[in-house]
Write a protein that binds this ligand. Structure first.
Ligand code: UDX
Length: 435
């Protein structure tokens, strides 16, 4: 199939490269010339395991092209819209202007056999509105939400755990379904579950899934608050309740909470959209989910300050991790950086390190100190805060680390270290939700 992908960020670049690796002819379009140049030369503009190999494979096959020129989509039958829908400044609602602009830019190139496939996460009702805008072109619209996790994006794109097609009734829906079935033939051969729904349901599947995941994380973090109040251990609590497969152990890791470009803004956009629809009570609980999540950052700072006898002034704090989660260089709404900034504003001398995200972090918060090398970052620290659980931080040796720092204080913001091991090496070990 000849395919275009509009928007080559975390979602679109991976989608374009993955579709080319499946044998399709793909043109990826982005307004950012630097990003296009990087992708064209096989260099991913962000860290995503496996993407580089896919880009090289696509170039070798001659089936993957990146451009800033949207007219290059003219030969494509299927057009994927993969642009961002960030939170509007000063509001909870999502900004859908990039989606609207992407669809507008496609319109002159569409025919009655074209299919436009929205993958961006949008407020429910967006697809219905865009379908009306496409009527004069004769093209069909479909909403096909994407569930990929950063850090696993290649695997999740090539082997998704489900496919959801939101389509219009009648012929347009059939045309869109047939087109996408052809694009995703290898996945359908692997028996990937595929559900065909109306537009609104498909849009809500994505928002509901992310709301559920956020709720699960904030639930266990609320339990962590109770554990702190009562002297219990949230990691044991999570293990014990997670054995019940109605609950499940996944997404029950208590700690600093969720961040990134999806969960925080998606639950806020959901609240905003529910309000517009007169259904705000239905998701009012998400406000509490958000509050629990944001409280964890403040609690982390409180624990660190408390451990340092009540003040950060003049103390050297090393923050391990800047990305919002491991295996990513994405710092959007990073809990680790939020904590680092709070400590800096309270007088701490903060050094941040991360295996991949330092450049992005420095662009976002230039006021913090960044050191790439872990040992150098740890040198003379009065306290070490593990805030993003990269494997290399999980593997730190307490004895070797002790020889680098000034004060053996470790605060585990992700509950990934074994307290006894660190304590027996002479460290003061503290964590969220653990005695
Ligand atoms: C998420 C969804 O998982 C994905 O399906 C959707 O398409 C986009 O949003 P992503 O943002 O890449 O993906 O990250 P995810 O792995 O879901 O983690 C989100 C955040 O929750 C991270 O900050 C992570 O550290 C945190 N988290 C996750 C926890 O705090 N505890 C957990 O148990 C799991």
């Amino acid at each position: 199939m000849k395919i275009s992908v509009i928007g080559c960020g975390y979602l679109g670049a991976v989608h374009a490269a993955a579709m080319a690796s499946l044998g399709h002819e793909v043109v990826g379009v982005d307004v950012d010339a630097d990003k296009v140049a990087a992708l064209t030369s096989g260099r991913p503009p962000f860290f995503e395991p496996g993407l580089s190999e896919l880009l090289v494979k696509g170039q070798e096959l001659g089936s993957l092209e990146f451009t800033t020129d949207v007219s290059r989509v003219a030969d494509s039958q299927i057009h994927f819209v993969c642009v961002g829908t960030p939170q509007k400044p000063g509001e909870f609602a999502a900004d859908v202007t990039y989606v609207d602009a992407a669809v507008d830019s496609l319109v002159p190139h569409l025919t009655s056999t074209s299919v436009v496939v929205g993958k961006s996460t949008v407020p429910v009702g967006t697809a219905e509105r865009l379908a009306v805008a496409l009527v004069p072109t004769g093209a069909a619209l479909m909403w096909n939400p994407e569930f990929l996790r950063e850090g696993h994006a290649v695997e999740d794109t090539l082997h998704p755990n489900r496919l959801v097609y939101g389509v219009a009734d009648g012929e347009a829906g059939e045309q869109a379904t047939a087109g996408l079935d052809e694009v995703y033939a290898t996945m359908l051969d692997e028996q990937t579950p595929r559900m065909v729904t109306d537009f609104a349901t498909a849009e809500l599947v994505k928002t509901a899934a992310n709301s559920f995941l956020a709720t699960k994380i904030s639930f266990i973090n609320a339990m962590a608050e109770l554990c702190e109040a009562s002297g219990a251990d949230v990691t044991q609590l999570a293990d014990a309740i997670g054995i019940d497969d109605r609950i499940g152990r996944k997404f029950l890791n208590a700690g600093l909470g969720f961040g990134g470009g999806c969960l925080p803004k998606d639950i806020r956009a959901f609240m905003a959209r529910a309000g517009e629809l007169g259904a705000d009570q239905a998701v009012a609980f998400l406000k509490e989910i958000d509050s629990i999540n944001m409280r964890r950052r403040v609690r982390m700072v409180d624990i660190a300050r408390d451990t340092l006898d009540g003040s950060f002034i003049g103390k050297k704090i090393t923050v391990l991790g800047a990305a919002f989660k491991p295996n990513s260089d994405d710092v959007r709404d990073s809990p680790a950086l939020a904590v680092a900034r709070l400590i800096a504003t309270q007088g701490g001398v903060v050094t941040v390190t991360d295996p991949q995200a330092i450049d992005n972090a420095a662009m976002t918060f230039p006021e913090l100190n960044y050191v790439a090398d872990t040992s150098q970052a740890l040198a003379d620290a009065d306290a070490v805060l593990l805030l993003t659980e990269w494997q290399e931080y999980r593997d730190l040796d307490p004895v070797a680390t002790a020889s680098l720092v000034a004060g053996k204080v470790l605060i585990d913001g992700r509950n990934v270290l074994t307290p006894e091991v660190w304590r027996s090496a002479g460290w003061t070990y503290r964590a969220l939700g653990r005695p």
